[in-house]
Ligand binder design. Structure first.
Ligand SMILES: Nc1ncnc2c1ncn2[C@@H]1O[C@H](COP(=O)(O)OP(=O)(O)OP(=O)(O)O)[C@@H](O)[C@H]1O
Ligand SMILES: O=P(O)(O)OC[C@H]1O[C@H](OP(=O)(O)OP(=O)(O)O)[C@H](O)[C@@H]1O
Ligand SMILES: O=C(O)c1cccnc1
Length: 483
């Protein structure tokens, strides 16, 4: 979990490009990069942006230390030692705009825009994508689970199955951004102020002669926070009756058995039976938690079957991304310095969806004043166009341009916020609770058809006419034969 080697948390090709820029004296030229992704994760209609706080920590701490420089000096590339002087003075001095964490985001729009010396902008690519791709993926998975869970409580249980320690901690934070209620990870709790929850393992029961003895001793030790795991031997025959025995004894002492946890078998059937047994014993306040390889699909299914589950503990499928192990976010050069001016650049591909959107751009969310709902996201050229305020604008799909609509009477909400201006952090990181609130507000801006888990409608993300014209001009200039 150490952050001390942040500067080398990068790919070798970045160092080699830094070196080659330095070698040719072009390292101070400015460059602009956009971060975006192309394909929705999990077939979802949106993603939940996360990773900014980690990125800010990284940029603030980014320095080359002597031991890192010594390591670079050993490399087979044989870097000129004068290059290391440049690295010793390395600081992030660039300007960076980003979406706020918790924002609902869509493919092909800039989530982050980095404008810096190419020397800095190039180095940070790898770490930036590493943070944002992972955290955005996990926040999006959490949002899908939150959507099916409704008012039920959601606990993040994934640490033991996460892809190592950082993923567990920052992943837990990402799930909280998107609506989880608590985590079992104590470090995430302490560092980020996320509520923590815990029941007990099968080992506790196995460590006693009988299940009843195990339950009694656990309840004696933690009388105010007891949730008993009831499936070690036989859930309905022994586990629930033993829990009821303990719950009734606790009641006599004025205490409440907070809950039981089901961790195997048919969770619908077992929860219905367990609820009936608890209610018949008068333990109506005892809540039922379920766990066991759950995800949004099993939770949806189990709820639809009429299960009586109040709390869902979700681990593996959440913290690893389950069916989708990575978000394919990319970092693409959109402008470069030439004769002191920033000029747009493009990456052309045979696949129209892979052609990049050139130039320095802003993103606005167009909110209808009449409905309060988002009509589409509108990408403009920075500084080139008036922010559209009230004037009717035409939204057209950048790949399928015949799909168009005109929108008037709207509010244009800028989504890219200044985070750094010339190396100075100008954005105060919000509290995690504020981020959750922002996320909830944002969800309420969208029609349900864009948010649904299965076959969602595609939300429009459109280029302004000028941004579109620039793209077309650049494509033409690259594809026309040169004299
Ligand atoms: N009623 C249900 N409908 C759909 N899926 C369910 C239902 N109940 C449980 N599941 C899910 O079924 C999957 C596998 O459950 P299964 O019964 O095979 O394993 P298990 O109970 O853990 O087995 P074991 O008793 O060996 O531990 C889990 O992902 C679980 O969440
Ligand atoms: O199934 P997940 O969604 O990943 O949720 C976490 C799982 O981790 C624990 O099992 P494990 O077998 O590791 O330990 P235990 O002995 O406490 O059950 C817990 O009981 C859950 O089943
Ligand atoms: O508290 C729990 O029940 C728990 C925590 C982590 C993993 N599985 C279960």
């Amino acid at each position: 979990m150490t952050h001390s080697h942040y500067a080398l948390h990068t790919d070798k090709y970045q160092i080699n490009m830094l070196y080659a820029h330095w070698f040719h004296g072009t390292h101070n030229q400015r460059a602009v990069f956009d971060v975006f992704y192309r394909k929705q994760p999990f077939g979802n209609g949106f993603a939940v942006f996360a990773g900014l706080e980690r990125l800010v920590h990284y940029l603030n701490e980014l320095r080359f230390k002597e031991e890192e420089i010594a390591y670079l000096a050993e490399q087979e590339e044989g870097y000129d030692p004068r290059f290391f002087e440049e690295l010793r003075n390395f600081r992030f001095t660039g300007t960076l705009h980003a979406m706020e964490e918790g924002t609902i985001v869509f493919p092909n729009e800039p989530l982050i825009r980095v404008e810096a010396r190419v020397f800095e902008a190039q180095l940070i690519e790898t770490a930036l994508l590493n943070f944002v791709n992972f955290q955005t993926l996990i926040a999006t998975k959490a949002a899908r689970i939150k959507q099916v869970a409704g008012q039920d409580r959601l606990l993040e249980f994934g640490t033991r199955r996460a892809q190592e320690a950082d993923a567990a901690v920052w992943g837990a934070r990402a799930t909280y951004v998107a609506g989880f209620d608590a985590t079992s990870n104590m470090q995430a709790g302490m560092r980020f102020g996320i509520p923590t929850k815990g029941t007990h393992a099968h080992a506790w029961v196995q460590n006693h002669r009988t299940e009843l003895e195990a339950f009694e001793r656990f309840a004696e030790a933690l009388p105010d926070q007891v949730t008993l795991l009831v499936d070690t031997y036989d859930t309905l025959k022994f586990g629930v009756p033993d829990a009821i025995t303990v719950g009734l004894k606790m009641k006599e002492k004025g205490k409440t058995l907070k809950g039981i946890r089901l961790d195997s078998g048919d969770l619908t059937y077992l929860s219905i039976q367990a609820r009936r047994m608890l209610d018949e014993a008068g333990l109506t306040e005892t809540r039922i938690t379920a766990s066991n390889d759950l995800d949004e699909n099993t939770i949806f299914e189990i709820k639809a079957q009429g299960a009586r589950i109040d709390i869902w503990g979700v681990g593996t499928q959440l913290i690893t991304g389950g069916s989708q192990p990575a978000l394919g976010g990319v970092y693409k050069l959109v402008a470069r310095e030439e004769n002191g001016e920033l000029v747009p650049t493009i990456k052309i591909s045979g696949n129209p969806e892979k052609i990049t959107n050139p130039g320095i751009k802003d993103v606005y969310r167009i909110i209808s004043r009449k409905t309060g709902r988002a009509e589409g996201d509108y990408i403009t050229l920075h500084g080139d166009e008036d922010v559209p305020h009230g004037k009717p604008i035409r939204l057209f799909n950048p790949t399928h341009t015949f799909i168009q609509k005109t929108v008037s009477d709207y509010e244009a909400v800028p989504l890219l916020k200044p985070i750094y201006v010339e190396g100075k952090q100008v954005y105060e990181l919000p509290t995690l609770d504020r981020i959750r609130e922002l996320h909830r507000e944002q969800m309420s801006w969208f029609w349900p058809e864009y948010l649904r888990r299965l076959n969602p409608e595609v939300y429009p993300v459109d280029l302004s006419q000028k941004a579109w014209d620039m793209k077309m001009d650049l494509i033409r200039s690259h594809l026309e034969p040169k004299e």
